[in-house]
Design a binder for this molecule. Sequence first.
Ligand code: URA
Length: 183
Amino acid sequence: MKTWEELEKSCLNCTDCLLSETRTNVVFGSGDRNAKLMFIGEGPGEQEDLRGLPFVGRAGQLLDEMLAAIGMSREQVYIANIVKCRPPNNRDPLNLEQDACIGYLREQVRLIKPKIIACLGRVAAMKIIRADYKITQEHGLFEKRGDILLTATYHPAYILRDPRKKPDTFMDMCAIEDQLSLL
Ligand code: URA
């Protein structure tokens, strides 16, 4: 098993898929490496690519608000993405790209040992929870995998496009808070 330093170094130098050719920065992940709660998004957008940090654009501001709703800040959780390099024009990451990158996320999960993983949006949920995951029907539910509780809620970028999803997302965050309090 790699150390954080080894993992980060190999990720920052990765050329395993074509996204490496168009990236400005690798977005490895950020937050508390001992967090009980980990969020997984889909992939960096423009701001994230420019700054090398996850969820620092408009969607990231909303994620901060979602966390504040349960009395938490991004420093208290770990935030990562399925793919660490920005897909051009913010398209969904291809399966090929997800498969090339998922090993880094697996190592991150192994090192962090979170108790809860919350997927942000359909793409992350389909990769982490189940390929046929239906976010509209299953968001906010929990399933156990080994020692980890898996759940998903809407992606903050999706909520920005459809604010009617906000109350559901708030409920999902409250459910996460409840589960954390039971740990
Ligand atoms: N959307 C994501 O899925 N991840 C980010 O880091 C930013 C936006």
